[in-house]
Write a protein that binds this ligand. Sequence first.
Ligand code: PDD
Length: 289
Amino acid sequence: MSRIAYVNGRYVPHREARVHVEDRGYQFADGVYEVIAVQQGHLLDEKGHLDRLDHSLKSLRIPWPMSRRALQSVTREVIRRNRVRNGFVYMQITRGVARRDHAFPKNAKCAVVMTARHLKQYDAKAAKTVGVDVITIPDIRWERRDIKSVSLLPNILGKQQAVEAGAYEAWQIDDDGCVTEGTATNAWIVNSKRELITRDASHAILNGITRLAVLEVARKNGVTFVERPFTVEEAKAAREAFLTSSTNHVKAVTRIDGTSIGNGDIGELTTNLIDMYAERMERAGEPEA
Ligand code: PDD
C-alpha cells in the first residue's frame, strides 16, 4: 500500500509530497515538530504532545496553523489513510514560505506537513532482555532545548558518532559534566541507593512525553525518583540506566563509553518500569483522565 502525506491542506502520495524551496523550515530550520506514537490504532499521550507543540510554537512566535481540533482530525486521517496500527505520526510546522530574509515575514502562512509510519509494536519482553550501548559527547546545542525545533544538526552529528562507534545513542554532556539527554531520547539512571534519577525539566532538555509517562507510573507505583542533573561519573557508576522516547519507549542501557552498568545485565527497576510502562501503554485507547 502506498503511503500518504498531508501537505498544507492536501493528502498526497508520499513520493509526490513537496514543499517550496523557500519554506523557512528548509532555509532556516524555522519550525517545530512532534512525533506521536501510535499504539493499536490509538495515539499515545496526544494531549501531552499537543501541549508541548503549543509551547514550541509560542516560544518561536509561530501561530497555530489551524485549530487544535482540526490538527487532531488531520492526524487521525493521516493514520487512517496509512493504515498505521503501530508506529508514529510525524508533524512539522514551519513559519511558512517567504523570500529569504532572516526577520519574520509579514504575511507568510505557516506550513504543515504530516506523515505516518508503521513500526513494530513495542515488545516489552524484548526490552527486558536486550540493552543498548551509549557513548557520551559534549552538548554543543543552544540554550532552548525545551523547544522541539527542527534544528537538529548537533543531534544528528551526535547520533552519527554513536552509530560509527557501534553504539545506539549518544548522551550529551553539559559544561558542568552533567548529562543533559540523548540526541533523540531522555536519559535515566538508578544509583546505588536505588534512586531513580532523570534530569529536571528546564531549558536544558526536551521534556519528553515518555519521560513524563515514566514519572507518572513511578509515582503511581511508589517508586522514589529525583529530578536533577547527574554527572557522567554517576552514570557510569550507576546500578542501572535506560533511555526513553516516543519511538523507543523504554530501552535499557547496559554500557556507557564501554563501561558496563551494574553487572552488565538489565536491572530490576528498569525491568519493573518497562512492565509498568507497557501496562500504561495498553490503556492508550481509554479516555485520558
Ligand atoms: N525525539 N530529547 C530529544 C532531544 C528528543 O528529540 C526526543 C524525542 C526526546 C524524547 O521525547 P518524547 O518522549 O516526547 O518522544 C528527548 C523524537 C522521537 C524524534 O526526534 O524522532
